[in-house]
Every structure is written in C-alpha cells, then in structure tokens.
Design a binder for this molecule. Sequence first.
Ligand code: ACO
Length: 326
Amino acid sequence: MNKVQIMGTGSYVPPRIVTNDDLSCIVDTSDEWISSRTGIKERRISEGEDTSDMASKAALKALEQSKVKPEEIDLIIVATSTPDNFIPSTACLVQKNILAVNATCFDISAACSGFVYGINIATQFIRTGSVKKVLVIGAETLSKVLNWEDRSTCVLFGDGAAAAVLSESDRESILAICNGSDGSKGQYLVSKAVPVVNPYTDKKDIDVNVNSYVEMNGREIFKFAVKTILQSTEELLEKINCSMDEIKYIVLHQANYRIIEFAAKKLGVSEDKFYVNLDKFGNTSAATIGIALDEMNQKNLLKTGDKILLIGFGGGLTYGGIAIEW
Ligand code: ACO
C-alpha cells in the first residue's frame, strides 16, 4: 500500500469580525453569557462570499505551501454542510476557480466531522494507488443557515474554510484512522433541505414553513461529543501503540471550550495539549480542524515527527479521528 503524506495546509476566513458585543445588538445575549458558556469571543462572518469562494482561497494557499500545481491534483474532496448549490458540487466549483483541470471532484456531507472524513477518504484513494495527489477541503458559510433571531444558535457559529494537500510519498503521515456514525441521533442537529413538492404530492402534508435554519439540542451534542472524543482517543492511541505522553497536540473540533475542558479532565490530560482557536473563529463546522491545523503550521508549532490527534464530531451524528505524524 502506498504511503500518504500531508504536503501542506491553507485556510481562509472572511475579513468581517463579529464580536459577542456586536451580537448583543442583534439578539438578547451578552459577551459574558457567550464567553462563559462556550469560550467564543468573536467569529468571522461572510459579507457575500459563498462556500466555494472561501474553499478556493484556502485551496490555493495549501497548494502554494505544498509547492503543488493545480493541474497535479487528481481528486478534490470538499466537506461541507453549506454548499453553494445542490448541483454543481462545491468541489466542481473549486476545480473551476483554481484550474485543477485534471481532478475528479465531489462533496461529502459529514457536518463537523467532514474534514477528518475527507482525509480518511483521500488516504484510501492514495493507498490503493488510484490517485497520487488529493486536495481535501472543509468549508462552510454557516451564516446563511443560521436563524439570526435565535440566540441559542446564532452566537455559536462562524464562516471559513481550510484545505490540505495529501500526496503519495515515501513518508507516512497518516498513522491511524477511526470513525463512525449514529444516524439514530440525527435529530439532535438539523439543517433541513427543501420539502418534496411536485404535482403528485398531497399539499396538505407539506410544511410550507420549512427552512434550513440550524436547530440543535446542545446537551445531547455535548454528551455525544465527550463520549466519542474519549472513545476515539483510546482507539487511536491503541492503534499506534503510543501513550498520551507521546502525543504533542490534540486538535478537537472547535465547538465549545467546555467540551474541550471536560474531555481533558476525563482523559487526565493537561488542557495545554489541546490546540484551541474557537475564541477567534467560533464553530466553523467542517472547517474548524483544518483551520486549527493550518494555524499551528503557520506558527511553526509542528515539527517533523510530532504526533497529533485530530478528532471531529458533529451532525449525523458523526465522529472521526486521525493520528498524524507531522
Ligand atoms: N445568550 C443568553 N442566554 C442564552 C443564550 C445566549 N446566546 N442562548 C441560550 N440562552 C438561555 C436560554 O434561553 C436558557 O434560558 P432559560 O433557562 O431562561 O430558558 C438558558 O440560556 C440555558 O439555555 P440552554 O440551551 O439550556 O443552554 P446550555 O446551558 O445547554 O448551553 C450550549 C448551551 C453552550 C450550546 C451547551 O448546550 C453546549 O455546550 N453544547 C455543546 C454542543 C455545542 O457546542 N454545540 C454547538 C455546535 S454543534 C457541533 O459542533 C457538533
């Protein structure tokens, strides 16, 4: 089987910073409530850029850092819950924007686990030898599916995109993978698509008020998150035969600082081992882990040989983890 190396990373967030105080002018909330319950201080909100625009910008940065030309990319995978369209896929729009003329392109829907799922899929394609270079992107414009009158959800999320270039190599970056889903809990985090309306449907059964607003049962998500973080951490450590001491960083999906705090306590690990940037960007769903990884990379926090765990959890419900050697 071929080895897989992460060649480089990139990220992009829209320039408009929206602070907790800014939100308190829109809904009945406060910096104190949001900071103390979530750790979020500010987020970036699109002033018009859609998911493919941000994804393309992150992709170009990852390609530049990797010294890979767009035409060398064989596959583009975009993880998103907020695509520009049903058709064409966001990945096809990115292909057009960055001129990755030789790529096959598709989107995946795994909500906040999307970036980890994308790396997993890319790894399988490269390992079997069917492709050599893959662009994995997590990108979201959550601001377009938020109910800006619902204080319990609109304060949590932000917009942004992140990308990584994975390539066949003589060095192995992907040490272990784990993932899973529990569709029976799907109702705890929902953003609906359009209802079935056609000449053959019974109009009286159709909810004409359907919208795509994010609806969430925060407490159930919290429980699922903590359970799957612990489970994924144990499974990854066992698979790579390492102790926690040998792990330099754990990069969790950046949903809520309380989840990170709770997971650290349960695992008996210092909070310093967890990379956190949700204070600046909020929850960007499929993009959080990639944005964090790129930020760590830009800050030179990652040295060759460092072992890192990436763990995502989210709508579906889904979860996934990857152990990486940088
Ligand atoms: N500002 C002020 N008050 C608020 C706000 C707000 N932004 N949002 C909710 N409240 C109020 C509610 O109206 C409620 O008031 P009431 O008691 O008078 O009815 C009170 O605060 C408590 O509301 P809950 O929704 O029960 O708040 P909870 O304590 O559960 O905290 C939170 C919400 C922070 C989201 C919590 O459930 C949590 O940590 N969840 C973890 C999951 C998560 O972060 N999900 C986000 C994304 S999903 C994902 O990424 C997978």
